[in-house]
Design a protein around this ligand. Sequence first.
Ligand SMILES: [Cu+2]
Length: 161
Amino acid sequence: MTSHTPSLSFKLLALFMFALTACSVQANHPVAVSDGYARATFPMAKSAALYFTLSNESDKPVTLIGVTVSSDVANDAQIHTTEMKDDMMRMREVKEGVTVSPSESVSFAPGGYHVMLLGLEKGLSEGNAVALTLTFDDAPDLSISLPVKGLDKEAGHRHHH
Ligand SMILES: [Cu+2]
């Protein structure tokens, strides 16, 4: 019996991926994903940011090393962070991955870490969902689905300087 019940499709996908990688049985994944969402974009937008919180429920550090998205949604998904440099907010790809310490959480949130979708096919509209696969250094892949939330109310923020 499992104490932790993700949706059926999630389980099927997970089983499928284990079959492919011939891993041993997944008991409980060390990482739980919560508070995930994508921000809606204009229909012609080519990029979008996705946010969530990763909680490491194991006693070993776990590093998120990659994210993949279906090619009918976008061409690429990257882990990004936002940094202030010379008074400018810049994003950079986090190639080294994001490590979550044992029993700790890392939030991907506006102004910091996010997953960036690049080469969006048709923008993201509110009410849809984006399916992603998270890849870790020392844990099985995790498939998640993030709801798309309405356009940013704090858009004015971006004009700060
Ligand atoms: Cu970005």
